[in-house]
Design a protein around this ligand. Structure first.
Ligand code: 6GU
Length: 290
């Protein structure tokens, strides 16, 4: 009987032990229903590789109206989430998740980046606190490990930001993405933007797939992709090129890049394609490919 129980227990616990847990603390748990059902992450959730649990702050309110917010001291618009309610909820969830990082989502947080996602994918889980209204009582911050923003814009609440983090971290977990190789070459894991991709048909509405990709020559394809990545990055996110390391490049590639950036002997930059409506950065070359 004892042996039987142990064996059954070990089998049942195995997926939970190797799994990853996202705990979302929110006033709107229903917003996460779609995320659960769709996409690769939805499949991982169904197979038990990843767990996603929502916890409604309101269940930790103690008065008969289930009050979760109150007016801000000092005046001003909006309501503030009560620290007692939030902290009760957080402590209960945290107790069940040893090793999980507690993250409060706020536009006033540190920026969430790919490197953050990579680091957090190595943890056993994340506890994500989503605020609405004007935010949390500031004393809640004493109970969290990090305050994080997903970008320089303001959302009505932290829920969509939490979904962004679940997606970014979730896809790095073993068993969530089918093709592990695609994790390495994509944007931000290499600090350059990805080269463009093409599929059939070879010609679409008068625009052809670049000949290099049809050549069957792997070295030529790799060179074309590197150059496309560099041009794209220079055009769309020039700030990412600040720490560019060209030491491992071929002499040819280095020479080509010097020409592109106007540092080489041939200083005429290759005309850059400019996205419609892109801000004029002054140095933008003619958009001859549009
Ligand atoms: Cl984490 N929350 C909210 N409300 N707005 C944001 C954000 C987070 N990140 C960017 N904007």
């Amino acid at each position: 009987m004892e042996l039987e129980t142990q064996t059954a227990g070990a089998l049942e616990q195995a997926p939970a032990q190797c799994g990853y847990a996202f705990d979302i603390l929110t006033l709107f748990p229903g917003l996460f229903d779609g995320l659960r059902q769709e996409s690769l992450l939805g499949k991982a959730l169904q197979t038990g590789v990843v767990e996603l649990a929502t916890h409604n702050f309101r269940q930790w309110a103690t008065d008969r109206h289930n009050t979760v917010d109150d007016e801000p001291f000092g005046g001003g618009p909006g309501m503030v989430l009560k620290p007692d309610v939030v902290v009760r909820c957080l402590r209960e969830v945290r107790q069940k998740r040893p090793g999980a990082k507690v993250v409060l989502l706020s536009p006033a947080g540190r920026l969430f980046k790919q490197e953050t996602a990579v680091a957090w994918a190595k943890l056993p889980g994340l506890i994500l606190l989503c605020g609405r209204y004007e935010g949390f009582d500031a004393r809640v911050e004493d109970e969290v490990d990090e305050v994080v923003s997903i970008g320089d814009y303001v959302l009505n609440g932290g829920e969509v930001a939490a979904m962004v983090i679940v997606e970014a971290v979730g896809r790095l977990l073993p068993g969530v993405i089918g093709n592990a190789a695609s994790l390495n070459e994509e944007s931000h894991s290499t600090a350059l933007l990805e080269a463009p991709h093409y599929t059939r048909p070879r010609e679409f509405e008068g625009r052809s797939v670049p000949a290099e990709l049809l050549s069957g020559n792997h070295a030529e394809i790799a060179r074309w992709r590197l150059r496309q990545s560099l041009q794209r990055t220079r055009e769309r996110r020039p700030e990412l090129l600040a720490g560019l390391d060209t030491r491992a490049w071929s002499k040819k590639d280095r020479q080509w890049w010097a020409e592109q950036t106007g540092e080489g002997p041939a200083t005429k930059a290759r005309p850059q394609r400019v996205a419609p409506g892109a801000p004029d950065r002054g140095a933008a070359a003619p958009a001859d490919e549009l």
